[in-house]
Ligand binder design. Sequence first.
Ligand code: UGA
Length: 439
Amino acid sequence: MEVAVLGLGYVGAVAAAALAITGKKVIGIDVDYHKVTAFQAGRVPFYEPGLAELVEQAKRAGNLFFATPKEIEALDAQVAFICVGTPSQPNGAADLSQVRAAVQWVRDKFRDPGVLVMKSTVPPGTGRRLVAQYLSGGDKRISYVSNPEFLREGQAVHDWFYPDRIVIGGEDPKGIEMARSLFTGIEAPVVITDITSAELIKYAANAFLATKISFINEIANLCEKLGADIADVARAIGLDPRIGPSFLQAGIGYGGSCFPKDVRALDFLATANGHSFELLRAVINVNNRQRLLPVQKLKERLGDLAGKRIAVLGLAFKPGTDDVREAPAIDIVRLLLDEGAEVRVCDPLALENARSVLPAQVTLAPSVLAAIAGSNAVVVATEWPEFIHFDWEEASRCMQPPRLVVDGRNCLDVAAIAGCSLEYIGIGRRVRVMKELTR
Ligand code: UGA
């Protein structure tokens, strides 16, 4: 079987390489010439663990090729995966221009009747509209299938081969069967549904996870008022299997290229359909507020931040990626600069990406120690293992009073930090821990 994959971001590139190593002939297509030439040369032009090896394996098997759309006259493929971006518009709605262009292009280039598999996250209702606008009528019969992806950045290769579920939405049994056959050998429950439900499943999943995060963040904020400890509260409620332990890590909130945009798009879609989704509004508001907390906490403790030296550890929206899109850290740095603070930042992977979005007066430090040296306070904005296991004794020696550590991800050992003569401030955590009592 031959497959064309349009859009070589982390979803498209993983899909292309994974399908190729399972025996399909795959052509990866992207409008970005530099991306295509990088893949052709065997280089992955962004950070995604395991992807370079997968691409190499697929190329060695002679199954994976790359091209720009201009280089392709006609597509011999039976299946085309659409994996292009659906960024936010200023009003929160998803921008579908790349999706529309890709669908039209596939329609025009398919040599034979084929299956168009939509992996891009598109608002519910989009698939039906695309079919009506571009795929019905004409002489080619093209089946449209919605197959939302649930890959996490940084773990996308693993998630492809070990998904929790495979969702296939379609109206045409042949198209559904063809899409299903692409996942032969992957063990996971398969949910077959209509196109609109498949599209909604993706938004509902991301919105639910975002809701869990904002919920636990509100409980953390309440912990601060009540003198309770969020780490204990989250652990105990997560032991209830109906709640589950994941996505209960309180802190400065969610970021990245997915949750913020998808939650906003769902809110927009609900409003456009005459439904005011109050819960989602609250999720967004809580998340926007959470990332302000480190600066508020620093001001409460240090007063005027003008001239204060602050180190921000972590710029990526989560560990294991170099992605800084909608990362809380970037907003925190900007806010600190607005307050007149002198800011140094470091990140094991995201420094280069952050360089283009951060104001020039920020110092990009090559190491944790270089960022921390001489600072009055440190803000941990991403829970990288390098920060969790850092020698905080050494940090204490090279910092200036009052030696504050604002743990925006609640990832540090409170007792160990306090034991190093550093002042610990978390999000909803009690500083005086009573671990021995709970043992
Ligand atoms: C997310 C979903 O988890 C994937 O299933 C989905 O396919 C993807 O979006 C997408 O729509 O493409 P990702 O954006 O890679 O994946 O990131 P997550 O690992 O889900 O984390 C999102 C954000 O939530 C991060 O900023 C993380 O720090 C934050 N988070 C996560 C918390 O603040 N607390 C938690 O307990 C968990």
